[in-house]
Design a protein around this ligand. Structure first.
Ligand code: PEP
Ligand code: MN
Length: 263
């Protein structure tokens, strides 16, 4: 059902008036982890000034080590909702447990399924039964075929509002955190009717590569770029090495605009 052969026209997802997949370029921005109201508000205000309304932030964090910060959970969702309501924004946040979907969707507008859960089939099925759009990230070592089949689990339950997010895959290369598979973007655009996103933060894992990766993403046809921004990345509770601070974020956006690849 995700195939272009089944549906020729592009699926356009309308997030409170922000359309993804309609040929416009969108930015999905926010901190890696929700840490406090003030932290989220600061980032969201900077986004608003740039005309961006798609706010992301993690409340349930899939951490490699059980001893690392696991996220604020419900309190994180409450913070995201409060900030989004105050600034008229859209909340995108990861859910890890299928049993949390009902509770989480009282606060969030888009269910994110993270790379580590791309093949959590119960989670895929449960989000397919939800009326909220789903942002599905490519698994750490998933082929494009496995990625589209994961999306198929969601659409098979009746939810067609799926965004596919390339976030880098595991290769032997160590210069970047993951290897951004940029050609996955046009392949997914050709083979499916779904919007395709590129997460420049988790794919590169390097602040100095965020701008060139975002340019490449838009140049090759991505519908949106995702990046992480934190008021003070040095003290961030997760991903401190790659989040942009607010002046860096503003520079990043200005440079993208100057490139003509993003309006
Ligand atoms: C995220 O976007 O917050 C995240 C944890 O990314 P990924 O699932 O791609 O590793
Ligand atoms: Mn992160």
């Amino acid at each position: 059902l995700v195939s272009r052969k089944k549906k020729a026209e592009d699926t356009i997802i309308d997030l409170k008036g922000e359309k993804v997949g309609d040929g416009s370029q969108k930015m999905i921005i926010g901190p890696c982890s929700v840490e406090s109201y003030e932290q989220v508000y600061e980032v969201a205000s900077a986004m608003k000034e740039q005309g961006m309304r798609l706010l992301r932030g993690g409340a349930f964090k899939p951490r490699t080590s059980p001893y690392d910060f696991q996220g604020l959970g419900l309190e994180g969702l409450e913070i995201l909702r409060r900030v989004a309501d105050e600034l008229d924004m859209v909340v995108i946040s990861e859910v890890m447990n299928p049993q949390d979907i009902e509770m989480a969707t009282e606060y969030i507008d888009v269910i994110q399924i993270g790379a580590r859960n791309m093949q959590n089939f119960d989670l895929l099925r449960e989000s397919g039964a939800s009326d909220k759009p789903v942002l599905l990230k490519r698994g750490l070592s998933a082929t494009i075929d496995e990625f589209t089949k994961a999306a198929e689990y969601i659409i098979a339950k009746g939810n067609e509002n799926i965004m596919l997010c390339e976030r880098g895959i595991r290769t032997y290369e160590k210069a970047t955190r993951n290897t951004l598979d940029i050609s996955a973007v046009p392949i997914l655009k050709q083979e499916t009717h779904l919007p395709v996103l590129v997460d420049v933060t988790h794919s590169t894992g390097r602040r100095d590569l965020l701008l060139p990766a975002a340019k490449a993403a838009f140049a090759i046809g991505a519908d949106a770029v995702m990046a992480e921004v934190h008021p003070d990345p040095a003290v961030a509770l997760s991903d401190s090495a790659q989040q942009m601070d607010i002046p860096q974020f503003n520079e990043f956006v200005e440079s993208l605009r100057q490139s003509g690849l993003y309006k």
